[in-house]
Design a protein around this ligand. Sequence first.
Ligand code: PLP
Length: 405
Amino acid sequence: MAKINQNYLKLPGSYLFSEVARRISAYSAAHPGANIIRLSIGDVTQPLAPSVVEAMRRAVDEMGTAEGFRGYGPEQGYDFLRQAIAQNDYQARGVHMDPREIFVSDGAKSDCGNIGDIFGTDNVVAVCDPVYPVYVDTNAMAGRAGEYQERLGRWSRLVYMPCVEENGFAPAPPKEKADIIYLCFPNNPTGAVAGREQLKAWVDYANANGSVILYDSAYEAFITQEDIPHSIFEIEGARTCAIEFRSFSKTAGFTGNRCAYTVVPMELERDGASLNALWNRRQSTKFNGVPYVVQRGAAAVYTPQGREQTRAAIAYYQKNAQVIRDGLADAGLQTFGGVNAPYIWLKTPGGMGSWEFFDLMLDRANVASTPGAGFGPSGEGYVRLTAFGGAQATAEAVERIKSAL
Ligand code: PLP
């Protein structure tokens, strides 16, 4: 009889977003006509940049000709895109990157989850708390997380690094020894960023302990402060201890288009093996590449017009973030993030629980948020608001919260 992967049976239900959706539907059913504004969504709303659309159209036309047709492409991505990434996202910022270190994929979510394939199951894994749930669940599926402790909302074998007000929501390396460390800056859900010195401490820790840092910078395009690193590879020593995940999803509105990339430096070795070679082996065995049309669209993000148009969409979301931060401050609420990230981490007033405050905002202001507790125990007492909505709806939501509270 076929045996299943027992680790899947240990997974708790994906409670957070389904529970948010359930409460919104229940409220709508009980209050017909209520106009609920969702500041809970983590998805972009602005259309693709015209340059991206044009490049994709041209690519579709090419595919319809005998000379331009393409079948399977390179699993690692077309050279034109790998080179554009190396040049624009790294070399232009003074970071040397060889295109062979860049692996184009269909999403940072897949890559963050799949990267575990090249690591043994006996590694000790450290994650931030609160955390993007994909890091935790994929390690649980692989058997690296131990047992789920319902009462604590934690897995027994994971090292949780609390991200709290006292450490600016950016943890220092733990006392315990961790082999694999997930870091995400700008952070989902807190909107926090890590400075150069904080990242240097992590790189030094990883090099000293033989750990590997899995650095998710899916929200890099939202960084506004000059001195904040956009890449872990801006930090000296990172090439021997880090892998980086980036995505066109939030940078250029590709959530429905699907294109991202993972950077694995040639120097990165563990157990005498090259991680670049292992990841290449994994990708070329299990993945058949991102569509040519989509990769042409992604490459158009790096043209002068593409850059200008995608920057305009990001500026639109950044303005929303500012409207939320300023409006909530006027209402006497304390917020974090939203300066270098599309997420605002709102501290609930009067020590209210995350879900309690979620219900209150839904009821009194008809505004949906995401309860922080759903991202991990240290998220209790916070809710996450996103800047990805329409400008008018965002401004209205803020006004409603102000008058409701
Ligand atoms: N990483 C983080 C931290 C995210 O919040 C998200 C999306 O919400 C992703 C990765 C997924 O990116 P992609 O759309 O490229 O799969």
